[in-house]
Design a protein around this ligand. Structure first.
Ligand code: HEC
Ligand code: HEC
Ligand code: HEC
Ligand code: HEC
Ligand code: HEC
Length: 216
């Protein structure tokens, strides 16, 4: 028996299968990376549906409620709080109690089971962001979230990408406003260039650009 007959004839096709298999693995790895680094929540226009049709247009727009009434940690903490049901019940124990949506709210209040709001904005874990730092430096909500007071349902209006962050860090005078106007949705300076330069030096702003600022 000669050596070349040790393997049966069909084994000749195995390398082909192995190559095809490796190819598939390669493609799935690329797919996973592509998927991982471009998640839906980093997309401009991302607008998930919420379990209760809470409207910013009604509450923050027409009723004129201050953002900080509900997002009360935004000036003190890294994250802006999503209000617990108790905050809604300050009004909805008496307002529109016959609405099916408010009934859902009442149920959450009575059972202590929080409403599962769907997150709209979400940075990847490796990027560090702090609300209080920005808000206390005279950067308004609208610079990053747009006209939330006109949104029936919140959607992402800015890319939240690294180049977007840096665009402002490098040109902060184009965005900074008086600190007492950060929650004012329709704020507009008559002369942003002059006012921006003035506030930048008054508040001593020098946003950093080195990698460890945002990747720590
Ligand atoms: C009456 C309470 C209330 C007020 C006032 C309010 N919000 Fe909200 N906000 C909520 C609730 C509840 C959610 C979660 C559900 C949703 O996304 O609509 C939310 C979500 C958000 C989100 C999306 C958070 C995420 O998941 O990424 C942003 C941004 C936001 N609010 C900004 C604002 C701004 C800016 C103002 C002021 C103009 C404001 N809100 C006023 C209750 C409020
Ligand atoms: C400099 C840009 C910037 C400003 C100014 C800003 N936000 Fe945000 N906001 C973000 C980013 C980025 C996220 C996503 C944070 C994350 O995923 O860690 C976010 C997330 C949120 C969330 C979801 C909860 C959270 O913290 O992840 C709420 C609510 C919110 N912002 C409300 C506000 C309100 C209200 C204001 C004004 C008082 C405001 N933001 C000002 C950039 C900003
Ligand atoms: C300052 C008082 C106040 C607070 C706080 C408040 N609301 Fe309202 N809400 C109102 C008023 C006023 C209306 C309009 C009622 C009407 O149409 O007659 C309303 C309407 C609504 C509606 C529409 C109900 C329907 O079926 O027409 C929903 C849903 C709602 N609110 C959810 C919430 C949620 C969720 C919160 C907490 C995050 C909240 N509200 C906090 C005053 C408030
Ligand atoms: C519209 C303007 C604006 C945008 C957009 C913005 N920043 Fe900033 N950022 C500032 C200002 C102003 C400061 C405060 C600088 C100072 O105090 O000197 C700051 C400070 C910071 C700090 C604190 C730096 C330190 O010295 O500790 C971090 C971290 C940061 N930003 C991360 C981000 C990230 C991440 C994004 C994007 C998701 C972002 N910023 C988008 C304006 C902005
Ligand atoms: C002002 C904040 C900020 C600074 C400064 C910063 N980054 Fe980022 N970086 C981010 C944010 C936010 C993301 C996530 C955005 C995304 O996924 O699109 C990111 C994503 C990344 C990624 C992932 C790939 C990508 O492009 O999405 C790499 C790699 C990276 N940064 C490297 C760096 C390096 C190297 C530096 C220094 C030269 C740096 N970053 C400085 C905010 C910052």
């Amino acid at each position: 028996m000669s050596n070349k007959n040790i393997f049966p004839k069909w084994s000749n096709v195995i390398p082909g299968f192995v190559a095809a298999g490796l190819g598939l693995i390669g493609i799935s790895v690329i797919f996973v990376f592509w998927y991982w680094f471009s998640p839906k929540h980093l997309e401009v226009g991302y607008q998930p549906h919420q379990p209760i049709p809470y409207s910013h247009k009604l509450h923050a727009g027409e009723l004129g409620m201050d953002c900080r009434y509900c997002h009360f940690t935004v000036e003190k903490a890294t994250h802006a709080s999503i209000p617990p049901t108790e905050v809604c019940m300050n009004c909805h124990t008496t307002i529109k109690t016959d609405s099916p949506h408010i009934k859902k709210l009442t149920e959450s209040y009575e059972t202590g089971k929080p409403i599962e709001w769907v997150k709209v904005h979400q940075l990847p874990d490796y990027a560090y962001f702090d609300h209080s730092r920005h808000v206390n430096s005279g950067i308004g909500c609208a610079s990053c979230h747009g006209r939330v007071d006109k949104m029936e349902e919140v959607r992402q209006v800015e890319p939240l990408s690294m180049s977007w962050c840096l665009e402002c860090h490098r040109n902060v005078e184009d965005f900074v406003r008086p600190k007492d106007k950060i929650a004012e949705m329709d704020y507009h300076s008559e002369n942003q260039q002059v006012e921006g330069e003035f506030l930048k030096s008054l508040y001593k702003l020098a946003p950093r650009e080195d990698c460890t600022t945002c990747h720590r």
